[in-house]
Design a protein around this ligand. Sequence first.
Ligand code: ZN
Ligand code: FE
Length: 257
Amino acid sequence: MSEPKHGARVLVVPCLADNYAYLVVGDRGRAVVVDPSEAAPVERALETAGLELAAVLCTHHHWDHVGGLAELRARRGVLEVYAHAIDAARIDGAVHELGDDEPLCVAGLDFAALHVPGHTLGAVAWFGAGAVFTGDTLFLAGCGRLFEGPAAMMRASLERLAALDGDTRVYCGHEYTVANLRFAATVEPENHAVAARLERALAARASGRATVPATLAEERATNPFLRCDEPEIRRRFAGATLDEVFAEVRAAKDRFK
Ligand code: ZN
Ligand code: FE
């Protein structure tokens, strides 16, 4: 796919308790929405910005990412919805099924549907417009729970995302950044980039701002789930494979309060 040099404009749409939907602004007053958890906030954002909805991109089948589809459909009649084939079958209504790395051009925007299984078996990261929309696979400073795949599968998916350009902007499915960085600080107490990022995230939240987007470079520097090969982390799991280290860190996050 051809990646535009300049990134597209992305509007952050808070939904439910801590979900984010995103409007990616394309050409001729059109936008695509990623993960419409709810219809009403998405409709309001479209109206405020004076945008037409061209398509819906789903990162995975969970209700807190596709919950607004029925209402968006009811208002519009026709709605172009895209998801990976494995998760498409689990999303209500007609959904275009895409395979790994399949290109999608809509509203003048080029995306690739990167198949990143682990959280769900049909999870997709939508890569395009200078950004990557990662759903519940890669969070800022964290990653999603292993609901449908083993640790090795999730780690491979995260590694694939981590290999994208460092200046790629990461937009994830939930505002979990502060909690994730608090956990990251327990995994890498010596990592000053983690501490500094936690300060910034706390300041953003205290003033009501979203922490998204981050860059992939920031993620590589601070996200423990992308850093299992760092000596400081590996040392604690002597003799363990990278997949085992990842599984241990993920399990520790599940227990972390
Ligand atoms: Zn999910
Ligand atoms: Fe979610």
